[in-house]
Design a protein around this ligand. Structure first.
Ligand SMILES: [Zn+2]
Length: 189
């Protein structure tokens, strides 16, 4: 157990240096709509919260990927880029790691009563998950999610929370910059 903990600490330290890890975007939609997601098909957009899981193992790791998701992309590349154009990015949950855990995260969200798969195959073109995008009527809680992750894997690295500015959420006519505390979301672990 002790050697496991030591190994885990070294792994997290390495991942921190390289800034690699897994993340979940917490997005909010305020309206209904129909949204074309590239070649995947039409998504029925509902008022509520969307949770998208991914991992960042390329150059720049989590910070670079988070910066990408904070901007609305003129030329969408990933499925999430299409959804991002119609939603606000409220927060990012992330952990530093040398192991990809996005599929495990998707698995945990799929088992949550308050969540449901938002669209089959979304963000899951290269894996066997049913999808990497989930929908919830209520604001998802990082503490609940972390508890479930740790129940499955006691060595799971800590989760962190980044609150995002919602000013550039891509909503028409929204020019004023303001910070929304997203009070329904929990504090950083
Ligand atoms: Zn997957």
């Amino acid at each position: 157990m002790e050697s496991n903990a030591k190994h885990s600490a070294i792994t997290v330290a390495m991942a921190r240096r390289q800034k690699t890890g897994s993340y979940a975007l917490i997005l909010r939609s305020r309206h209904w709509g129909r949204l074309q997601i590239g070649k995947l098909g039409l998504l029925t957009l509902r008022p509520g919260y969307y949770i998208y899981v991914g991992s960042a193992f390329g150059p720049g790791g989590i910070p670079a990927r988070t910066a990408h998701h904070q901007r609305v992309q003129a030329c969408p590349h990933w499925h999430i880029d299409y959804l991002r154009r119609q939603t606000e990015l409220l927060a990012v949950w992330y952990s530093f790691d040398t192991v990809k855990r996005e599929h495990r995260w998707a698995d945990v969200l799929a088992g949550e009563e308050s969540c449901r798969l938002a669209m089959p195959r979304f963000g899951a073109s290269d894996c066997h998950c049913p999808g990497h995008l989930f929908y919830s009527v209520h604001a998802p809680q990082i503490t609940d999610f972390e508890r479930r992750l740790r129940r499955m894997d006691r060595e799971h690295p800590l989760l962190y929370l980044a609150i995002c500015n919602t000013a550039d959420a891509g909503l028409p006519g929204k020019k004023r910059r303001r910070r929304r505390p997203a009070s329904a979301l929990s504090q950083a672990a």
